[in-house]
Design a binder for this molecule. Structure first.
Ligand SMILES: Cc1cc2nc3c(=O)[nH]c(=O)nc-3n(C[C@H](O)[C@H](O)[C@H](O)COP(=O)(O)O)c2cc1C
Length: 366
C-alpha cells in the first residue's frame, strides 16, 4: 500500500449490504453508494490505508438477505479513487469470471484515475451457486489455482512492457495481446490474495505482494509462526510479501458496553437463517460436524464470516492491534457493524493510541 504506517488498517466489506455482520439490527450497513462515498472520504481524511471490497454476486438469503445488495468492485473502486486522494482501493476480482484482457484494462483505468492507488484482490471463488449464475463451471480446487496462475500471468504481461504477444497455456489461448496505457507511474497495482488451503497459500506467496492469513485466536506465537512461514515461502521465490489479517471490531468506551453491543448484534439479533444458509454452502451442519464445532462455527460466521473478533474498550482494542504488529503482521482489514457511525470513534481512540505506540502516523491534514 502507499502509506508509511508500520501497522496498516483497512476497511473490509463496505461494498455489501450488512458488510460482514450477519445481523438484523436496524443500523446494519446499507452498502449503498452514498454511504460508501461518505465512508471513503472519511477514511481517506483519517489516514486509513485501504478499502477492501468483497466480490459477491448473490446474497446469502435469510431475513436480511445478507450481502444481497453489492456494488461491483472494480467500478466501485474507480468511483472511490476519483473521490479520494491517498487511500488504496482494491477491486476483488474472480479470475474465472473476468476475461483477463478486459480485467487488465478495467484495472489500469481505475489505477490511472487513482494515480496508482488501485489494488487487486485476486479470488478464485468457492460458491457454486454464483458460478451457475454465469453459466461458468466451478473447477476442482487445484485447477482453480492453475487457471488463476495463467490469468495473473497474462495480466502481469499486459501491464509490463510487452506488446503484441500470444499466450498459449493449458486454459488460456490468446493471440496478439496488446494493452495500453500501462499502469500509472511505471509501477503495477499492488496484488493481494487470501488463499487458505496449501495450494491457495502457495499461489499467494508466489504471485502477490500482500497475503491475508488467519491470525491465531489463541496465541501470538502461533500468529508469528504463520507470518514467518508465509514470508519464508515467499523468500524461496525470491520475493518479499506483507502479511495481513482480518478483524471484526466492536469498540466502545467500556468493555461492558462493547460486549453488550456485540451480544445485541451478533447473538440476540443475529440473522441465524442467513448464517445457516452460509454454513450449508460450506457443508457445515449438525449432521456433518460434531455439535461443539457446529455451534462454534455458527457463532463465528455470524460475526463476519471469520476474522479475529476484537471486542472491548479502546485500550484493549489498541493492545490487540499492537500484538498483531508484534507477530509481524503488516496490517489488518477490519469490519464494523455500521462503518460510518463507528469509524470516527475508532479513529480518535484506537488510531490515536496506535500513534502514541509508534505504530501509526498522524494523518496528513491536506
Ligand atoms: C480478506 C479476505 C478477502 C476475501 N475476499 C473474497 C471475496 O471477495 N470473494 C470470494 O469469493 N472469496 C474471498 N475470499 C476467500 C479467499 O480468496 C479464499 O478462496 C479462501 O480463503 C479459501 O482459500 P482457498 O481458496 O485456498 O481454499 C477472501 C478471504 C479473505 C480472508
Amino acid at each position: 500500500m502507499h502509506g508509511s504506517n508500520a501497522l496498516q488498517i483497512g476497511l473490509f466489506g463496505a461494498n455489501c449490504s450488512s458488510g460482514r455482520a450477519v445481523t438484523l439490527v436496524p443500523e446494519r450497513w446499507s452498502g449503498n453508494w452514498p454511504d460508501n462515498k461518505k465512508l471513503a472520504l472519511l477514511a481517506d481524511a483519517a489516514g486509513i490505508d485501504f478499502l477492501l471490497p468483497i466480490g459477491r454476486w448473490k446474497g446469502y438469503g435469510g431475513d436480511s438477505d445478507y450481502q444481497g445488495t453489492t456494488l461491483e468492485t472494480i467500478t466501485w473502486a474507480t468511483g472511490l479513487l476519483a473521490a479520494t486522494r491517498r487511500i488504496t482501493v482494491f477491486g476483488t476480482v474472480h479470475a474465472p469470471i473476468f476475461n483477463p484482457v478486459v480485467a487488465a484494462k478495467e484495472m489500469v483505468t481505475a489505477d490511472h484515475i487513482g494515480e496508482g492507488r488501485f489494488g487487486l484482490n485476486i479470488v478464485v471463488g468457492w460458491n457454486e451457486g454464483e458460478f451457475d449464475m454465469f453459466g461458468v463451471e466451478q473447477r476442482a480446487h487445484e485447477q482453480r489455482y492453475e487457471y488463476a496462475q495463467e490469468w495473473i500471468d497474462v495480466i502481469k504481461m499486459i501491464w509490463s512492457d510487452r506488446e503484441d504477444f500470444d499466450f498459449d497455456g493449458n486454459y488460456l489461448h490468446m493471440k496478439g495481446i496488446k494493452g495500453k496505457p500501462k499502469p500509472y507511474g511505471g509501477t503495477r497495482p499492488v496484488i493481494m490474495n487470501a488463499g487458505a488451503s496449501p495450494t491457495g497459500q502457495a499461489f499467494a506467496v508466489k504471485n502477490c505482494d500482500a497475503f491475508f492469513l488467519q491470525a491465531s485466536r489463541i496465541s501470538l506465537e502461533e500468529s508469528a509462526a504463520r507470518v514467518r512461514r508465509a514470508k519464508e515461502a515467499a523468500r524461496a521465490h525470491g520475493r518479499a510479501i506483507g502479511c495481513y489479517t482480518v478483524g471484526v471490531v466492536t469498540c466502545r468506551p467500556t468493555r461492558k458496553a462493547a460486549e453488550d453491543y456485540f451480544h445485541h448484534c451478533i447473538v440476540e439479533h443475529a440473522d441465524w437463517s442467513a448464517v445457516d444458509g452460509i454454513l450449508a454452502l460450506k457443508n457445515i451442519s449438525r449432521q456433518t460436524v460434531p455439535m461443539a464445532e457446529y455451534l462454534a462455527q455458527r457463532s463465528g460466521y455470524a460475526q463476519g464470516m471469520g476474522g479475529l473478533p476484537i471486542v472491548g474498550d479502546p485500550d484493549h482494542v489498541a493492545s490487540q492491534f499492537a500484538d498483531l504488529a508484534k507477530a509481524g503482521l503488516t496490517g489488518i482489514a477490519i469490519s464494523l457493524v455500521n462503518y460510518l457511525d463507528e469509524l470516527p470513534y475508532f479513529v480518535a481512540e484506537v488510531c490515536g493510541r496506535l500513534e502514541w505506540m509508534g505504530l501509526r502516523e498522524k494523518p496528513r491534514s491536506s
